[in-house]
Design a protein around this ligand. Structure first.
Ligand SMILES: CC(=O)[C@@H](O)[C@H](O)COP(=O)(O)O
Length: 263
């Protein structure tokens, strides 16, 4: 299939940076950096998110992710995975900015280890401070339209509601609230966490999301490269379906061949 002009021009912009790929991928749980880099390539992603506390991006004495995924070609989005307080998250991102100059960041402040649900009170607090310090925070959050609005007011440059708990692969549990967030947002909305397979990513895009962030679904697939490619295609398909505008649903059958002109 050749891309239509509309499809090729379909970019999205966050904090003044424009991207073509609407898929953001993670850098955890892979066998090694090599496999991670190959998956990023297969996914077509232009942004990778990196848990700066867990992945080596600054110590040249140990293998560094940056040797495998070129930060000149792929945008690094440092994240605060493993942070349970606003102070911890803020400190982590200040260090990331010092180490690599990154100001486009992914903020996540977790509430508990069992569900890895975000703590929205701490998340909001951190978002406000980071925005005032000149960061552009893309923010992992609950799938709640009110919390999403509050984050936007606090300076979030993207809203990233969970589809389901991180690493669960359960898919999008609450389509109604994700759609409400999309309708109310003036910044990009990306589903972050819980995607398990390609159809979940397509659903997120069909709901009108600007993109999807995922890690486990690709890293823990039996064939991560093949799953990365599947995700790339499903994000594109979901986006195209959203732009095409789905048909109205009906309660009863409607014949596929027209009845007019029958003898
Ligand atoms: C990688 C990241 O930033 C996380 O928010 C999370 O790991 C993504 O969730 P999944 O692993 O469920 O895709």
């Amino acid at each position: 299939m050749t891309d239509t002009p509309a499809a090729t021009a379909d970019t999205w912009t966050v904090a003044g940076r424009t991207f073509t790929s609407r898929l953001i991928v993670g850098t955890g749980k892979y066998k090694d950096f090599e496999q991670n880099a190959a998956a990023v390539e297969a996914s077509g992603a232009e942004i990778v998110t990196v848990a700066v506390r867990r992945v080596n991006i600054s110590d040249p004495k140990a293998p560094m992710l940056t040797d495998f995924i070129d930060p000149k070609k792929i945008t690094y989005l440092p994240n605060t995975a493993g942070c349970f307080t606003a102070d911890d998250a803020i400190r982590t991102l200040r260090l990331a900015r010092e180490a690599g100059g990154w100001d486009l960041v992914k903020l996540e402040v977790l509430g508990e280890a069992r569900t890895l649900y975000p703590d929205m009170r701490e998340t909001l607090k951190a978002c406000e401070v980071l925005a005032k310090e000149g960061f552009a925070p893309m923010v992992y959050c609950v799938d709640d339209p009110i919390a999403a609005k509050q984050l936007e007011e606090a300076g979030a440059v993207a809203i990233m509601p969970l589809g389901a708990p991180i690493g669960s692969g359960l898919g999008i549990q609450n389509k109604v609230t994700v759609r409400l967030i999309v309708e109310g947002a003036n910044v990009p909305v990306l589903v972050d966490a819980g995607v398990g397979t390609a159809s979940d990513a397509a659903v997120a895009m069909e709901l009108g999301c600007d993109g999807v962030l995922m890690n486990t679904a690709i890293a823990e697939a039996k064939d991560p490269l093949r799953m990365a490619r599947a995700m790339k295609l499903s994000v594109q398909a979901g986006r195209d379906a959203y732009l095409a505008g789905r048909m109205a649903t009906r309660r009863y059958a409607d014949p596929s061949s027209p009845l007019a002109g029958l003898i």
